[in-house]
Design a protein around this ligand. Sequence first.
Ligand SMILES: [Fe+2]
Ligand SMILES: [Fe+2]
Length: 287
Amino acid sequence: MTDAVEHQLWSLFREFLERGERTRRWSVERDVDWSTVSSVGAGAPAGGASAPPSGTTTAMGAGVVSAEIVDIVESFFAVELFLPDYVSEALRLLRSSRGRAWMQAAWGYEECRHSLALETWLVRSCRRTERQLEEFADACLATPWTLPYDEPRKLLAYQMIQELSTAVSYRHLRDHADAAGDDALSSILRHILIDERAHYQFFRDAYRVMLADDRDGAISDLHFVLGTFEMPARRCIPGFEARGARMEQARVFDATIFVKEVTRVIYAHLDVPRRISLNTTPQEVSR
Ligand SMILES: [Fe+2]
Ligand SMILES: [Fe+2]
């Protein structure tokens, strides 16, 4: 990487950190009104229930989130659990780039709230017990997440795509929380998706630096990663196939959303032509 590229990445990181300190700091305890969480009562079965069992209470004004949506919240809790792997694996590859390595550290600090907030909601809504989540977390973390790409520019493309995909998913999930009337969950998801958008913006702006440095190479890497992209940790989470299917059924994330709300947005933001490459997936062909 040239000194000029590194200098620009460092400047982007400084801007990201300063803006984040001013506008996006939030606390799981202080900034979520936990009195609005919808609860099905202690002792709810694993897997949740679509309506509160008789004799249980629901917070005033709060609706009940369906079992399917609870399952999706739990799936995102699991995806966010792999934070130590996401940070350590990326730092191993990126430590020689000060801008990207420090970004990874700051990113990890922001991401740690996401899993914590979702875990806290699952427990306080009585949809899962602490014990259930501990056992689920142990099962997930039995398989470490490893880098999907071991070249820094491809990893940057992956981070950009992943952050926008996650932001889009949380926005759709928040729509379900809004419809159910669970203000606590809506609030958590709003905080998280604002963070995810900010992360996307950093990685997108960093990718613009890569395009300016080596346009053909950066476009080729972008096409390659778009054609091979998978949501993080899906191979590490037990039973993710069924969990992914529930996300698709709920229109939280699926191939069409990926095309319309991720791929096309990235092409437009980067002013890069859409192109079918050797690594194009069947879904990619229709983009
Ligand atoms: Fe996150
Ligand atoms: Fe993020």
